[in-house]
Design a protein around this ligand. Structure first.
Ligand code: FES
Length: 168
């Protein structure tokens, strides 16, 4: 049997190849770390809010990704069938919608005496489910992606309740 001799030239080629592989790996890792969002950036799109702090009949407005989000604690007087747009927790039933009119983007106002949102720009109206009922808005107010943790809502994450709502 003949033993294969590794020449000095082969050895140098192997060594250079090895270093090149290590260098490529380090470069890829550095690129990955550059592209990966920082933890504070990842967390920026997530907002947590305790629904139990909203009294029955009250609307609170919170900010999520620079948009207003309306949180309405529904009452039995709000007769609309909101089954597909209702968030239920141990503290009550809620409508949670992005507060931007689906016509041209104004911010509707809540009218507690009528239990509707009224858009000041062109008179569009939405019921307590956030469904467009009058005027030019072509669609209901959008529901932000959310996840429930007890009475806490986490905006920016898609939980099973949200997926069920948007699945139709
Ligand atoms: S922007 Fe709301 S009705 Fe036109």
């Amino acid at each position: 049997m003949s033993e294969k001799k590794v020449s000095r030239r082969d050895f140098l080629l192997y060594a250079i190849g090895g270093w090149a592989a290590v260098g490529a790996g380090a470069t890829l890792y550095a690129m990955y770390k550059t592209w990966e969002p920082l933890p504070e950036v990842k967390a920026a799109g997530i907002v947590e809010f305790d629904l139990a702090t909203v009294k029955p009949g009250e609307v609170k407005v919170i900010e999520w990704r620079k948009k207003p989000v309306f949180i309405l604690h529904r009452t039995p007087e709000m007769k609309e069938d909101c089954t597909k747009r209702t968030i239920k927790t141990s503290s009550g039933e809620y409508t949670v919608v992005i507060g931007i009119c689906t016509h041209l983007g104004c911010i509707p106002n809540w009218e507690p005496e009528n239990n509707i949102w009224h858009c000041p720009c062109h008179g569009g109206k939405y019921n307590a489910c956030g469904i467009n009922i009058f005027g030019p808005p072509p669609k209901p107010l959008y529901i932000p992606p959310f996840k429930l943790e007890g009475t806490k809502i986490v905006l920016g994450e898609e939980g099973p309740e949200y997926k069920q709502m948007v699945s139709g």
